[in-house]
Design a protein around this ligand. Structure first.
Ligand code: CP
Length: 312
């Protein structure tokens, strides 16, 4: 059992919680890798509502696939197709769906704090699928799974999270989770993209990518969130790419066993060059694959499953 009732942020997760999620995901990854039937009855009879109030490709599709593979019943709702467009409040929408006795809400929202607000209007369990600039805990779990798959462990690894830290819910959830698991995290960004207090994340912070890239086990590139930017935080795409982009030249200076991650969607040619995104070190598509297994694990454990209770 996890120590939390809802999955809202990674700062509430213990090392034991994270280990349970990753170990359970390992079992689901083996089921997902089968050539034949990839479905288990683990959540048969459970109802899960996917409430996506902001666009998503990876998170939405992997949650839907994960729910189908767990045999759950699902209801998909978007902002533009619900009565929110007619002026209904979020609280009324949640209470209305809650009255139909559902078991779980998966919530993606533009505004930080929306998943927490959902917990206040339902008895169902809530998973945060990304809220504004706040948190994206299920992204962090798939990232940890991918990194652990490569190295066999997380403790002692040196991880650089590079780019638009200021607007990043991915950084806000990944950095604390890595620290909880014993990794050493360095945040790298131009001054306009840095976080105010890196010690809150348990990290150091620098604006010199070239000084440290050779020492890193994992280089985790963040998307420049052009849609969340107010004013001109960077001079140009080309200048950003020159100073902070992961080019083939920088990739060649990484340790032989080091890997590259990116949460997607990517701005190819800006924070990461196209050849680097597709190179042998890149784990970007492995991250996508891990997203289905880790989300299966999170839903299964939050709805009362045990790691050793998975069977056909
Ligand atoms: N990484 C991520 O959250 O991608 P989507 O916005 O496509 O879900």
């Amino acid at each position: 059992m996890l120590s939390v009732r809802h999955l809202i942020d990674t700062t509430s997760l213990t090392a034991d919680d994270i280990t349970q999620i990753l170990d359970t995901a390992q079992s689901f990854a083996e089921i997902n890798a089968r050539k034949g039937i990839k479905k288990v009855p683990a959540l048969r009879g459970r109802t899960i509502v996917n409430l996506f109030l902001e666009p998503s490709t990876r998170t939405r599709s992997s949650f839907e696939l994960a729910e189908k593979r767990l045999s759950a019943d699902t209801l998909n709702m978007g902002g533009s197709t619900s009565s929110v467009v007619k002026g209904e409040s979020l609280a009324d929408t949640i209470q209305t769906i809650d009255a139909m006795n559902v078991d779980m809400f998966v919530v993606r929202a533009r505004f930080a704090g929306t998943p927490q607000k959902v917990t206040e209007n339902t008895d169902a369990i809530v998973i945060n699928a990304g809220d504004g600039k706040h948190q994206h805990p299920t992204q962090a779990m798939l990232d940890l799974f991918t990194i652990r798959e490569h190295f066999g462990h997380l403790d002692g690894l040196k991880v650089a999270i590079v780019g638009d830290l200021a607007h990043s819910r991915v950084c806000g959830s990944l950095a604390p989770a890595l620290k909880t698991m014993g990794a050493e995290v360095t945040l790298v960004a131009p001054p306009t993209f840095q976080v105010g207090d890196p010690s809150w994340y348990g990290c150091s912070q620098t604006n010199h990518l070239d000084d440290m890239i050779e020492d890193m086990d994992v280089v985790y590139m963040l998307r420049v969130q052009l849609e969340r930017m107010e004013g001109a935080a960077i001079p140009s795409r080309r200048e950003y790419n020159r100073l902070y982009g992961l080019s083939l030249e920088r990739e060649a200076r990484m340790k032989p066993d080091a890997i590259i991650c990116h949460p997607g969607p990517m701005n190819r040619g800006m924070e990461i060059d196209a050849e680097v995104a597709d190179c042998a070190r890149s784990r970007i598509l492995d991250q996508v694959t891990a997203g289905v297994a880790t989300r299966m694990a999170e839903m299964y454990l939050l709805l009362g499953g045990e790691h050793n209770g998975i069977s056909d």
